[in-house]
Design a protein around this ligand. Structure first.
Ligand SMILES: [Cu+2]
Length: 309
């Protein structure tokens, strides 16, 4: 028994000392190759076993996922090829005494191949995205308009009333009485529906055009499940569209770092059936009813003031 243990012990010692020799005398020249190999294997394994992946899609924009997948395959493929090439070079051309480097400042053939291959790769990466983006901003005629107002740090929403047209608005006109800065002399603004809440409702299977306004800095209205987002930029109205197609509750995030309260810009979008949506929208306040309420309040305060004098 002791003999066996002695043998195993000897073998282990032999193996460890061999490993030691390998690592510290050969490995030194080639360790970069092993690191690259580990990076490739690690990346592929991470991709397969990652616990983080997309949410289920709840809109028409499957094409967004396709372009991301295409970018992933092209980018991932090139990444693996470049790393494997480096691994090959590290092993093939590691230091050998007496070996000289060939001086080759130019190689027209190689340059031509690399230029053409890079061009094809860049076109394959960009062209599909441009096509999808064109559709992304090409709003269907029957889309519901929803204005998203972003501010530090929250959201409010405005929908057109029965006329289907949003009144014009300006940030400079925003006040306590006019939280969206709607132009008072624009008749289209009177019936606008104001939602000063974190909860927005949308109708399922009905396209929505999102019109983005920012009252201060860059924000970005993002619901991951809709695969749609865009920056809200002070001074201009940016827009895109999507069609929610799954009834449910989704979280809104601000996807543009916008200051210390950025993390708090979370809200809820509820995709309703037609009936529930109509019920919800009928309960919302219009701009003219808000003005009437405020006038009423002012009247009351003046009356109280008069009575008290
Ligand atoms: Cu923000």
């Amino acid at each position: 028994m002791d003999g066996y243990i002695g043998l195993i012990d000897n073998l282990l010692r032999h193996f460890v000392s061999r490993l030691y020799v390998y690592f510290f005398y050969n490995f030194e020249n080639m360790h970069a190759g092993f690191i690259f190999l580990a990076v490739i294997v690690g990346s592929v394994l991470f991709h397969i076993f990652t616990p983080w992946w997309w949410t289920d899609i709840a809109s028409n924009w499957g094409a967004m996922d396709d372009t991301i997948n295409l970018t992933f395959w092209i980018g991932g493929g090139v990444f693996i090829l470049v790393c494997l090439f480096m691994v090959y070079c590290v092993f093939k051309f590691s230091y050998k005494e007496g070996r000289k480097v060939e001086y080759k400042p130019e190689d027209h053939k190689l340059e031509k191949i690399l230029t053409i291959a890079t061009t094809i790769g860049i076109i394959a990466l960009l062209a599909p995205g441009l096509i999808v983006y064109k559709n992304y901003i090409d709003t269907p005629k029957n889309a519901l308009h929803v204005e998203v107002n972003a501010w530090q740090w929250g959201w409010q929403y405005r929908l057109p009333g029965e006329d289907g047209i949003l009144g014009t608005a300006q940030v400079a006109k925003i006040s306590d009485d006019n939280p969206f800065g709607i132009n008072l002399d624009d008749p289209n603004g009177k019936d606008d529906i104001l939602i000063q809440s974190d909860e927005l409702h949308l109708k399922t299977d009905k396209p929505v055009k999102i019109l983005l306004r920012s009252l201060d800095v860059l924000h970005n209205f993002y619901v991951p499940q809709f695969r749609a987002k865009m920056d809200a930029i002070p001074g201009i109205i940016s827009y895109y569209w999507f069609e929610p197609n799954k009834v449910g509750e989704y979280e809104v995030l601000c996807a543009e770092y916008c200051g210390v309260g950025h993390y708090g810009m979370r809200a809820i979008v509820i995709v309703d059936s037609e009936e529930n949506y109509e019920n919800w929208i009928n309960e919302q306040e219009t701009f003219s009813s808000l003005i009437a309420k405020q006038d009423n309040n002012k009247l009351k305060t003046t009356r109280i003031a008069k009575n008290n004098n």
